[in-house]
Design a protein around this ligand. Structure first.
Ligand code: ATP
Length: 283
């Protein structure tokens, strides 16, 4: 598979963020001044858009999130070139808090909840980045519990005792407490059963449609991400190699073969392997 240059995408119409939304141009990131993790990445999330970034392990997806949220320094990484703007304002060097204040919140990979704190306490942490009154916090909490009634009845239980799906709802709820204009979800589906993943994506889509919240999902689960987003980018070894509308990416041979387990040679080889395994096991 070619990773040397960006392929002509399934659609050439890139969503133009203009001065609205998130715009990343020519982003280069290095770790420890040695490992180049992003090589000239450009992508956009228009205000209120729903965009997915797909890619296998090591493609650079988490690095992209760290660069947007200004958390590269925690990992000895830095932006070497390029720009990240939101609403026309540069986010680089703004500090992590400034990114949240600008309206960008993330649901981090692995959720990062406080397991010994209750659901309610974890959610309140999400409001701590804003200057808000107790009444604002209470209203936002009720909003989160309306979106996720499953966790409303368990608000006084320790978050660490919840199921994986419920914990992910708390993580999304905590991000909502900051009233984001753009929510970045890093591997929302990781380790969760397909039905839970479907419910979570549907709820996030609903927030996008009904409240105009922009969404950027970073996903290995290409199928569910493309089902819900409007536009997608595929990354490999630190570069965007394909981009296009989600509908056109779902039809793209390359994306089908490598990311959707589609109808190409990879699927044939996989099915042959399964057939041989079954024969060998007499099943
Ligand atoms: P995964 O899904 O496995 O998290 P990813 O697509 O998110 O993969 P990144 O974690 O962003 O990929 O990694 C991109 C590249 O940067 C990889 O080569 C990885 O080894 C390297 N990398 C990531 N974090 C660091 C770090 N703290 N120090 C050095 N190299 C790193």
């Amino acid at each position: 598979m070619s990773t040397t240059s960006a392929r002509a995408g399934a659609s050439t119409t890139s969503p133009s963020a203009g001065t609205d939304g998130l715009a990343i141009r020519g982003l280069e990131v290095v770790y420890n001044n040695a490992v180049v993790a992003l090589r000239g990445v450009s992508l956009s999330v228009p205000e209120g858009g729903f965009v997915s970034v797909l890619g296998a392990n090591g493609a650079g997806k988490t690095t992209l999130v760290r660069a947007i949220t200004n958390l590269l320094f925690v990992h000895d990484g830095r932006v070497r070139d390029g720009s990240v703007t939101y609403g026309g304002q540069s986010l680089l060097d703004a500090g992590a808090r400034a990114v949240v204040r600008a309206g960008i919140c993330q649901v981090p990979e692995g959720r990062m909840l406080f397991p010994r704190l209750t659901v309610d306490e974890n959610l309140r942490v999400g409001a701590s980045t804003r200057k808000v009154t107790a009444a604002d916090v209470a209203a936002e909490l009720e909003h989160v519990y309306e979106v996720f009634p499953q966790i409303a009845d368990r608000r006084d239980e320790k978050a660490g005792l919840m199921s994986g799906g419920e914990q992910q709802m708390v993580a999304v709820g905590r991000a909502l407490m900051a009233k984001p204009r753009l929510m970045i979800c890093d591997e929302l589906s990781l380790g969760l059963a397909p039905l839970i993943v479907k419910d979570l994506f549907e709820l996030v889509s609903q927030l996008n449609r009904e409240e105009g919240m922009g969404v950027l999902v970073i996903e290995q689960n290409a199928r569910v991400a493309l089902q819900h987003s409007n536009y997608g980018y595929v990354m490999e070894t630190g570069k965007v190699v394909v981009e296009g509308t989600s509908a056109s990416l779902s039809e793209d041979d390359y994306v089908q073969e490598f990311y959707l387990g589609g109808a190409g040679e990879a699927k044939d080889a996989y099915e042959e392997l399964v057939a041989r395994y079954r024969k060998g096991n007499g099943s």
